[in-house]
Design a protein around this ligand. Structure first.
Ligand code: NAD
Ligand code: AHE
Ligand code: ZN
Length: 370
């Protein structure tokens, strides 16, 4: 079939809208009509050329929602008409990691996914007979995309696509990091580095679980109003306190250090600050931000010897097929706010504006509606 999609032909170039040839679903796969997709900073990261798994040309996008239109042989868990959210972290329920129940990092299709290919090592996208790669196993910047059955979460049909697409990455990543990865307790002091599409979801989940102080750190003061609305109690602007005094400012505000910190920027310097502002003996720092390939983090080992814990979180530690439908319910029940975080909505033709707004610090989330 033919589909319209935004293609990333090479690093640092605007996407162009193309008519793509898409092969249908093979055994164990589904064809999904994407109704809406968010634009996450990770899409911009890959477009920047700094992602070691970034391949070009590719159809980016990993924060979508849509409708199953066709299923391949042997598919049993979804059928045409089902509403789904594509999962860049699938859940096969059979691999060692899924069975361990210790991590959400399903390994069933991870290696081909990282090569921009479907599990049978082919791409289903072609443009004028040139192969176009998949991205994160999802490629939601295409109106139609093909996914393995294990990489879709079936969700309720009354939930609006242009809002729940954000659960495909940002909402689940931020909320899940608080609930699944850190297990923040009521009364904890929490610090959030980066008040963007991920950090604000960390903030709303920290408030939801009853955190005490919720301290936001960002260079862009225009993020403060929204962060306060979502639960931020204190703000630290590194340009105001001095970039080398951020840790001390947080230690002072928390009376000794944070119980939990979350790095939602992707900068190795703020990752170090996020660890070192944690409380001696027990403070945990969760790395969410994706740093350029080749970048390394450092700290004095003494920081760890004295009880601080450095952890990472991918997709909020959520098991997609199990947890994503629950987060959709939380949204529909009014327990989490997604609407206010979607600051811009646009058609596919204007997708490059979503990247511009992100880089200019003018948006929280932009959503493309097909
Ligand atoms: P975003 O652009 O919406 O937000 C980033 C925020 O960081 C902005 O508010 C910006 O002003 C602020 N910032 C930038 N540099 C700063 C600095 N030096 N000090 C303080 N603040 C600074 O991005 P996002 O969509 O929220 O994504 C954030 C990060 O999380 C990215 O690295 C993204 O790739 C990553 N991410 C990771 C996962 C995961 O599963 N681990 C999932 C989604 C996104
Ligand atoms: N290809 C990148 C890895 C980027 C990365 O860490 N991705 C996160 C999700 S970011 C979503 O916005 C993730 O899920 N990581 C676990 C995994 O298996 O990729 C690189 O830097 O090489
Ligand atoms: Zn993302």
């Amino acid at each position: 079939m033919k589909t319209r999609a935004a293609v990333a032909w090479e690093a640092n170039k605007p996407l162009t809208i193309e008519t793509i040839d898409l092969e249908g679903p093979k055994a164990g796969e589904v064809l999904v009509e994407i109704m809406a997709t968010g634009v996450c900073h990770t899409d911009a990261y890959t477009l920047s050329g700094l992602d070691s798994e970034g391949k070009f040309p590719a159809i980016l996008g990993h924060e979508g929602a849509g409708i199953v239109r066709e299923v391949g042989a042997g598919v049993t868990s979804v059928r045409p008409g089902d509403h789904v959210i594509p999962l860049y972290t699938p859940e096969c329920r059979q691999c060692k990691t899924c069975l361990s129940q210790r991590s959400n990092l399903c390994t069933a299709i991870r290696s081909t996914q990282g090569q921009g290919l479907m599990p049978d090592s082919t791409s289903r996208f072609r443009c004028d007979s040139e192969t176009v790669f998949h991205y994160m196993g999802t490629s939601t910047f295409s109106n139609f995309t093909v996914l393995p059955e294990i990489a879709v979460a079936k969700v309720r049909e009354d939930a609006p696509f242009d809002k729940i697409c954000y659960i495909g990455c940002g909402v689940t990543t931020g909320v899940g990091a608080v609930i699944h990865t850190a297990k923040v307790w009521p009364g904890a002091n929490v610090v959030v580095f980066g008040l963007g599409g991920i950090g604000l979801n960390v903030i709303q989940a920290a408030r939801m679980v009853g955190a005490d102080k919720i301290i936001g750190v960002d260079l862009n003061p225009s993020k403060v109003a929204m962060a306060k609305k979502f639960g931020m109690t204190h703000f630290v602007n590194p340009d105001e306190v001095g970039r080398d005094k951020v840790v001390q400012a947080i230690v002072d505000l928390t009376g000794g250090g944070a119980d939990f910190s979350f790095e939602c920027i992707g900068n190795v310097h703020t990752m170090r600050q996020a660890l070192e502002c944690c409380h001696r003996g027990w403070g945990e720092s969760i790395v969410i931000g994706v740093a350029p390939s080749g970048a390394e983090i450092s700290t004095r080992p003494f920081q760890l010897v004295t009880g601080r814990v450095w952890k990472g979180s991918a997709f909020g530690g959520a098991r997609g097929r199990t947890d994503v439908p629950k987060i959709v319910d939380w949204y529909m029940d009014g327990k989490i706010n997604i609407d206010d975080l979607i600051t811009h909505t646009m058609p596919l033709d204007e997708i490059n504006t979503a990247f511009d707004l992100m880089h200019e610090g003018k948006s929280i989330r932009s959503v493309v509606v097909f």
